[in-house]
Design a binder for this molecule. Structure first.
Ligand code: ADE
Length: 245
């Protein structure tokens, strides 16, 4: 999958993309990230990318021409490619959105700086607007990295374990069960017996129940949309759940 990122701060991407799982994914040609400096499309000696807003008010606004020219030039060969603007006004990013974008061969990510974008960028070039949460950052670069990371983990071959993304918290609408590794006892704190038993069916049952219990305790709102069997519902009711019948 190919990511084309448009930013005024191209240097901030390298360190994160060139580490660990994402680095391996790009070495294995599962992802490729092209970072474009919007300033390269800004006219004039000073390559100005921002101006004060028409109508007055504080802050600076990202100019329309360099962003549109950058997008037109990079996507000239691929006019149908999704182009996502990172903005606190977008729909809130989640695992389902990450999974749905993982099905595309290529996406564009447009990172803002300053007070915001000239609205004409949104109107004429953007296919989706995404926020990573209800808070405002100084720019869209961290959100773009978050999208690249969360989308890439869903591509086949990116995680060492091919089923790795299936059990993730949120992948099936529930929070993930707890994990333990060696040693079996540390300072008298022991690992749940069932995990050492070798009984796979029992382990699966315990994990499912832990997953349900955690979701009920920490994010009961998720249970509204989770896919629950009758056994799941019975277990949740035994814990005091009164939702969904
Ligand atoms: N740019 C600034 N804040 C943002 C947020 N919360 N999500 C996406 N892009 C942003």
């Amino acid at each position: 999958m190919r990511f084309d990122v448009f930013t005024l701060l191209p240097d901030v991407f390298d360190a994160y993309l060139n580490a660990s799982i994402l680095q391996r994914a790009s070495e294995n040609q599962l992802i490729e990230t092209h970072v474009h400096n919007i300033r390269d499309w800004a006219a004039g000696k000073h390559h100005v990318t921002d101006e004060p807003p028409y109508g007055g008010g504080g802050g600076m606004v990202m100019k329309v021409e360099p962003v549109i020219l950058a997008l037109e030039s990079v996507f000239a060969d691929d006019p149908g490619c999704p182009i996502i603007m990172l903005t606190p006004q977008g729909r809130q990013f989640d695992q389902q959105i990450a999974q749905s974008y993982a099905a595309y061969p290529r996406i564009g990510l447009v990172c803002g700086r300053y007070e915001g974008f000239d609205e004409r960028i949104r109107e004429h070039a953007i296919t989706d607007e995404i926020s990573i949460g209800d808070y405002v950052l100084t720019g869209g670069e961290l959100p773009a990295l978050i999208l690249i990371d969360a989308i890439s983990r869903n591509l086949s071959g990116v995680l060492g374990d091919p089923t790795g993304a299936l059990d993730d918290s949120h992948a099936n609408g529930l929070l993930e069960y707890p994990h333990y590794t060696r040693p079996a006892v540390f300072r008298g704190w022991s690992v749940p017996e069932v995990l050492l038993s070798g009984h796979h069916a029992e382990i699966e049952k315990w994990r499912r129940r832990q997953s349900l219990q955690r979701t009920l305790e920490k994010r009961p709102d998720l249970l509204q949309n989770a896919q629950l069997s009758e056994t799941d519902r019975d277990y949740l009711r035994s814990l005091g759940w009164t939702g969904q019948t």
